[in-house]
Design a protein around this ligand. Structure first.
Ligand SMILES: C[C@H](O)[C@H](O)[C@H]1CNC2=NC(N)=NC(=O)C2=N1
Length: 112
């Protein structure tokens, strides 16, 4: 398990600090398969996971749902035949918090 995935998630509230550019660069180095994207001015982490069929994609979606519920922090999940697109960002902050990187690292763990 990577170290990032083991860090405790902070509760995400509107007054929590967004990750700074230099924190984003450091944290991103731990999860290089994730793309940093910008949608409507909001920075997000996104990764597409490939599977052999719809069932495996759906099982993975549910595993990600479980880690999200445990953390109280939730991604956008697009489940299709043979792939799942996972997008993490902090809705309250309209951007990236360290939580998002932690949950992205945990997502990588459940994909293994
Ligand atoms: C009340 C509840 O904990 C909040 O609305 C949580 C739920 N899940 C969340 N998930 C994400 N990704 N960002 C949030 O700001 C967020 N807020």
């Amino acid at each position: 398990m990577s170290e990032l995935s083991e860090l405790q998630c902070e509760a995400c509230s509107a007054d929590a600090p967004r990750a700074t550019q230099s924190e984003i660069e450091t944290l991103h180095a731990d999860i290089p398969e994730w793309q940093i994207i910008e949608q409507d001015g909001i920075m997000k982490l996104e990764r597409v996971f490939a599977f052999r069929n719809f069932k495996q994609a759906l099982d993975f979606t549910n595993r990600v749902g479980e880690i999200a519920e445990k953390a109280g922090h939730h991604p956008a999940l697009l489940t299709e035949w043979g792939k799942v697109t996972v997008t993490w960002w902090s809705h309250e902050l309209k951007g990236l918090h360290k939580n998002d990187f932690i949950l992205a690292a945990r997502t990588d763990e459940v994909a293994k």
